[in-house]
Design a protein around this ligand. Structure first.
Ligand code: DAH
Length: 335
């Protein structure tokens, strides 16, 4: 019996080596260690042996059975692996998948462009707080309580005397409080108003400009803004200064540029006027200078403010301001 078991084991292993597929291995398994397999049958016939031989032969039979089962299992796993290999193979000659590159938000890009132009013109960049005192946002800009101009600003109030700044103009006051002329600053930043439609978002961005020195005239304002528009758009983009009103400037102007979409022929973007309103500006009101203690006999200055989203929309032909803040990667990827 012992001999027979050894022969069976050798025979089975030899047969296994010659197999070509999993079915064949399975058949061998049944043949040797299945319920009616050759090795199994040996185990069953143990009772025919003299009792003193049974323990040794039994142990051997069990060992052979265990070894063969393991061999069959390994063989099946090996075959399975071989079968999967081609499907899972790595083609090292394939080009790598490109990693999407991050980029700056279009508003950030245009803010940087605007700042660069003014830096070249000798302006310095300053900032101020988003949560602002009523005093800086209104009072010091010649907009006292109950002034009708406050209605134009649909203000988010944080408390009675604190607001989310409705424009970047309060930064002018903060700068002038700290610094005496000459002043030549621009202040980019977020502004907030209760408003939401195709051309308004509750948070939007502005760039404020301020220049104060002796002998600053409206001509300087025109010169600086013309240079800015020519560098931001192109030399062919003409400007128009229309009389307007802001409490903190006198005289005040709305600055229009020739429609950059239709070049003045008239289109939907310029409401068929050929002009686009892009900048508010004027000569700093003496009342504002008095608030910060500037000598109004000695100094004059100009200020201006513009919406960055508006400039960006014109630059890229975007029609709905809300796109900027929806975080749609498909939109943002284009810039
Ligand atoms: N702060 C004004 C606004 O948000 C824009 C503005 C107009 C700023 C005239 C100025 C200015 O500095 O002189 O509508």
């Amino acid at each position: 019996m012992k001999e027979k078991l050894k022969v069976l084991e050798q025979e089975a292993l030899k047969a296994l080596e010659a197999t070509g597929g999993p079915q064949e291995v399975d058949r061998l398994r049944t043949q040797y260690v299945g319920r009616k397999g050759a090795v199994t049958l040996c185990l069953r016939k143990m009772s025919d042996l003299p009792p003193e031989d049974r323990p040794e032969v039994g142990r051997l039979a069990n060992e052979v059975k265990t070894r063969l089962e393991l061999a069959f299992k390994d063989a099946i796993e090996g075959l399975e692996k071989e079968r999967k290999m081609p499907a899972e193979a790595l083609d090292v000659t394939l080009p790598g998948r490109p990693v999407a590159r991050g980029r700056l938000h279009p508003i950030t890009q245009i803010t940087q462009d605007i700042c660069e132009i003014f830096l070249r013109l000798g302006f310095e960049i300053v900032e101020g707080p988003d949560v602002e005192l009523d005093y800086y946002n209104f009072e010091a800009l010649n907009i006292p309580k109950d002034h009708p101009a406050r209605d134009m600003h649909d203000t988010f109030y944080v408390s009675e005397n604190t607001v989310l700044r409705t424009h970047t103009s309060p930064i002018q006051v903060r700068v002038m409080e700290k610094q005496s002329p000459p002043v030549r600053v621009i202040a980019p930043g977020k502004s907030y108003r209760v408003d939401y439609d195709i051309s308004h978002t509750p948070m939007f961005q502005q760039v404020e400009g301020l220049m104060v020195e002796e002998n600053i005239s409206f001509g300087d304002l025109k010169g600086i803004l013309t240079t800015f528009v020519h560098q931001m758009f192109d030399e062919e983009t003409s400007l128009r200064f229309r009389p307007s009103f802001f409490p903190f400037t006198e005289p005040s102007a709305e600055v229009d540029i020739r429609c950059v979409i239709c070049r003045g022929k008239g289109c939907r973007v310029c409401s068929h006027t050929g002009w686009l309103e892009v900048i508010g500006a004027g000569m700093v009101h003496p009342a504002v200078f008095e608030m910060v203690g500037y000598d109004t006999d000695r100094y004059t200055g100009f200020a201006f403010g513009m919406g960055i989203e508006r400039i960006t929309m014109l630059k890229y032909g975007i029609e709905d301001i809300r796109r900027f803040y929806e975080n749609d990667i498909r939109f943002l990827e284009q810039f």
